[in-house]
Design a protein around this ligand. Structure first.
Ligand code: C2E
Ligand code: MG
Ligand code: MG
Length: 583
């Protein structure tokens, strides 16, 4: 029944019934309303009271019908809606349904339910967005932490133990830069698939009947090229080592569509609960420390957390380096380079050191990998440039117009503000551009696509010189040298030492030097430690030499005395050679 009909009927009935009662009380064979009213006026008080009672009875009767049909369902609906509101969980209601319920109420309920269903759908979508990574469809960091939290809060699960694994891709940036973001995304999807497959294969091999959901492994992508895995029950050292190796290898085999990708790998860190930590924070931090250790050991490997490998995560190190820059804990040392032909000074290379609050002096390899992918490397590079130019200005003032080399990290080299900052500092210290040599590692130039080549060209336009550092350390590609106009090639120590023992490596070294010369570059042999190495590499044709044989790195204050001593030695050597020749 419709509400309007109910009210209209109710209204008429409410009016009709007292009227009928009135008519009945006031019955006359000559019945008509006017006569009845007159006759009614002549009745005594008991008639009137009776008439009122009947009217009131009729009204109460009708009201109760209206109440039952209209107000009661609304009350029920309000109770249901309150329950919904209190539980903060929206759900459809079905109290305004069935025979006898006013149709408008049913329609109201249907509309409300439709709205609730739509809201439930969009909140499910929002929830999905909040907990799922859009690229790989894996759970995201929040979901992972949520699950880990549930596992470590469950006494039985915590006691059972398990592994938290941190996977960080080694050369993902290169894939993105060289092949574009679509291929980058495909690669991440392929990694996600490989990790999930390995985790579920392991789970299938150990699962027992009745295992609850918390026993299942969780694979998630927590950011850029970082993945985490939670594998409940995986505590045995042997099984864990073999599982980590399986993971590492599975990543190296991307899907067949991506088999043109090369030169990538993953650094993996692992922490076990309850031994290495019992909270989400501890486990995250320790697996991160282990992963960072894997990177420092040379990448593409897996490391299980041990207290001896350190207590600082990558993020903490980054923060500490920033503080070190602000607190003046960093300082520079300079290592000379000499010309191979006459052993005169060819320049000095600035090498950063960290006077750590622990009392130790930390070499860059201990902490640079932690900052090299962050903006801290730009801050460090700017600090080094400024300090080196200031030291250089002091040497110039004393009459030593030296060439100065500064190492620049990959991220800094392609940072938009790099060249403007460089020219600003050169102006401040009245630095002769041609005396500054920027050293960048080969993977920066070969792996950063056009941006690095553009920076290189602009640097040379400004009159700075550029050298490829550590050439021969990685997967050097001679052919790629031809594409890049650099001034110097620094031959890595490992290439020089291997060439002494291995004739094939010697051929590569010789070809590199010849090619460099033909391309108009000079070569610098790094890490020359003995007279044998000096003779060997001079004979191979290197133009300059640098290494402990000549000098280790030294504080800025010792550079001038060292140069004076070198000058005297050279004069003595020349005098000796002259005397020998005359004799
Ligand atoms: P690099 O630029 O190739 O510097 C040469 C490294 O080899 C230096 O290590 C130097 O002390 C070491 N070395 C020099 N001669 C010999 C030798 O005869 N034998 C051996 N075994 N080693 C020798 P250091 O100072 O620990 O620097 C390591 C790396 O850290 C540097 O390699 C460079 O890539 C990076 N680095 C150093 N200072 C800076 C900096 O200011 N900024 C950036 N971005 N990187 C830097
Ligand atoms: Mg260098
Ligand atoms: Mg080097």
């Amino acid at each position: 029944m419709r509400l309007r009909t109910l009210f209209v009927t109710g209204f008429f009935l409410a009016a009709l019934l007292p009227a009928c009662a009135l008519a009945w009380l006031n019955y006359s064979p000559m019945f008509d309303w006017g006569v009845a009213m007159n006759q009614f006026a002549s009745r005594n008080i008991w008639y009137i009271a009776g008439m009122f009672l009947v009217s009131i009875f009729c009204i109460i009767l009708l009201s109760s019908i209206v109440l039952k049909r209209a107000v009661k369902p609304i009350e029920l609906a309000v109770i249901e809606l309150n329950k919904n509101a209190e539980s903060q969980h929206m759900a459809p209601i079905d109290v305004l349904q069935g025979r006898g319920i006013i149709r408008e109420f049913q329609e109201l309920q249907d509309t409300y339910n439709l709205m609730v269903r739509r809201m439930m759908k969009s909140s499910a979508q929002l929830k999905r967005l909040a907990y799922v990574d859009g690229v790989t469809n894996l759970p995201n960091r929040e979901k992972f932490q949520d699950t880990l939290q549930r596992v470590v809060s469950d006494e039985r699960m915590l006691a059972k133990g398990g592994a938290v694994i941190f996977v960080d891709m080694d050369n993902f940036k290169e894939i993105n830069d060289l092949h574009g973001h679509d291929i980058g995304d495909q690669f991440l999807q392929s990694v996600a698939k490989s990790l999930s497959l390995s985790a579920y294969r392991y789970y299938e091999s150990v699962r027992t009947k009745g295992d609850g959901a918390l026993n299942e492994p969780v694979v998630s992508r927590i950011g850029g090229d970082e993945f985490t895995l939670l594998v409940p029950g995986l505590t045995d050292d042997l099984a864990l080592t073999s599982f980590l190796e399986t993971l590492r290898k599975s990543i190296l085999e991307p899907t067949s569509e991506l088999n043109f990708l090369s030169d990538f790998g993953a650094s993996i860190g692992c922490a076990r609960y309850p031994n290495d930590g019992t909270t989400v924070q501890e486990l995250f931090k320790r697996s991160d420390i282990a992963m960072y250790h894997a990177k420092a050991l040379g990448k593409n490997r897996a490391v299980i957390f041990e207290p001896e490998i350190g207590t600082q995560s990558e993020a903490e190190l980054r923060r500490d380096v920033l503080l070190a820059i602000e607190n003046n804990e960093l300082f520079l040392e300079y290592q000379p380079k000499v010309y191979a032909r006459d052993r005169t000074i060819a320049g000095v290379e600035a090498l950063v050191r960290w006077n750590h609050p622990s009392g130790k002096v930390l070499a860059p390899n201990d902490w640079l990998p932690a900052i090299s992918n962050s903006h801290v490397i730009v801050k460090l590079g700017n600090w080094v440039l400024e300090r080196a130019m200031r030291d250089h200005a002091n040497w110039v003032a004393k009459g030593f117009d030296l060439r100065l080399s500064v190492n620049i990290g990959a991220k800094h080299f392609i940072a938009p503000e790099f060249i403007s900052k460089l020219t600003e500092l050169s102006r401040k210290f009245e630095f002769n551009h041609s005396l500054l040599e920027i050293e960048v590692s080969e993977d920066v130039l070969f792996g950063s696509g056009r941006s690095a080549a553009d920076v290189l060209a602009r640097l040379r336009d400004f009159g700075y010189t550029v050298s490829i550092d550590d050439f021969g350390k990685g997967y050097s590609n001679l052919a790629r040298l031809a594409d890049l106009q650099v001034d110097y090639i620094k031959l890595d120590r490992s290439l020089v030492t291997r060439a002494q023992k291995d004739t094939r490596v010697r051929s590569i070294l010789s070809a590199s030097i010849t090619l460099a010369n033909e391309l108009g570059c000079q070569t610098i042999a790094e890490g020359v430690e003995s007279i044998r190495e000096v003779d060997f590499i001079t004979h191979m044709g290197a133009d300059m030499l640098q290494g402990y044989y000549f000098s280790k790195s030294m504080p800025a204050s010792q550079v001038v005395p060292w140069l004076q001593m070198l000058g005297e030695n050279i004069v003595h050597q020349q005098q000796a050679q002259l005397t020998q020749a005359i004799a």
